[in-house]
Design a protein around this ligand. Structure first.
Ligand code: URA
Length: 308
């Protein structure tokens, strides 16, 4: 029994260390546009994301201790109360049939579930969960990869530097932040060093297991809001929502039907992938391609300034 626990602990530690080495974002551009904007050696593509078996819960608790004492993580692999009642078993009406008040109540209830979620280790290191915010009746939803330092402190999505650029992108489309809904795939801050959440530069992309734990939440949010369009910001979001077998570069430039059971009626939600604002801050040359993507959405929504 003790040996089993030790073996499990060693496995979790190995995985944790491996995760720290993951790139922040996976970024490639569509081949036909790439020549103009991409560095000659684009980032390597990540492995396809494995799916978490239905009903299975990954519970690894990291106890936060003062300063530099780094204790071994406490590992508890056991079904939690939430595993017995995963978010997807709670019946929800398709958002298209819900009133504004019903959507607001359903999203608020879901936000409470997210705030107390400890299905993955991020639940133990976060300062605040970041469920998402915006107009529950929005036609347009933006989905990023996961909260960073500022979002973790404020419990709100896209409020740091990347968020300021996202606000500008939304404004360039002729919209206000309050008119759209903004959320993330991962609801808690993925940190390279979860024992020191106060550190800056402690961000990483959510890993496959964390995404698998969290994906029910974004799927349910999309189902409730039932927007006409979702813009996936960056490779993590695009791969999680459209296809984990393709790169962002391969996914950009066209709309996909978002295949969620509860949003097929009366119409599927359309999803388009573009660059993450943080990537645009690092590579301003990619902004013109991101603008081409946003104009595709503007044209569909009949917003002024869209390319004809
Ligand atoms: N990056 C994201 O993907 N989401 C946020 O909320 C902030 C930064």
């Amino acid at each position: 029994m003790a040996q089993d626990s030790l073996r499990r602990l060693a496995g979790e530690l190995k995985r944790f260390i491996a995760n720290q080495e993951e790139d922040e974002f996976i970024l490639t551009a569509a081949p036909q546009r790439a020549a103009a904007v991409l560095p000659s050696n684009p980032a390597p593509q990540a492995e396809p994301l494995p799916k978490m078996p239905e009903g299975e819960t990954l519970t690894v608790e990291f106890t936060r201790k003062p300063k530099s004492i780094i204790p071994p993580p406490e590992v508890a692999v056991q079904p939690s109360a939430e595993a017995a009642q995963p978010a997807d078993t709670q019946e929800t009406l398709p958002g298209s049939l819900m009133t504004t008040a019903e959507k607001t109540a359903a999203l608020a209830e879901l936000a409470e579930t997210i705030k107390s979620c400890t299905r993955c280790p991020l639940g133990s290191s976060r300062l605040n969960a970041v469920p998402g915010e915006g107009n529950v009746d929005a036609d347009l939803m933006f989905v990023g990869e996961g909260p960073g330092f500022d979002e973790d402190r404020q419990g709100r999505p896209f409020v740091g530097r990347a968020g300021q650029l996202l606000d500008k992108m939304i404004a360039a489309m002729g919209l206000k932040r309050e008119q759209v809904f903004i959320a993330n795939i991962a609801k808690c801050h993925p940190m390279t060093d979860p024992l020191h959440p106060e550190k800056h530069g402690n961000d990483r992309a959510p890993n496959a297991a964390e995404i698998a734990c969290c994906r029910k939440y974004i799927e349910k949010q999309i189902s409730i809001i039932c927007p006409k369009y979702v813009v996936a910001l960056g490779g993590v979001s695009a791969k999680a929502l459209i296809s984990d077998a393709k790169s962002l570069g391969a996914l950009r430039g066209k709309f996909y039907d978002l295949r969620l059971d509860s949003v097929q009626r009366p119409r599927p939600v359309k999803i388009l992938a573009t660059f993450h604002p943080a990537a645009l801050l690092r590579n301003p040359g990619w902004k013109k391609d991101a603008w081409i993507d946003l104009q595709m959405v503007m044209a569909e929504l009949g917003l002024k300034g869209a390319a004809k």
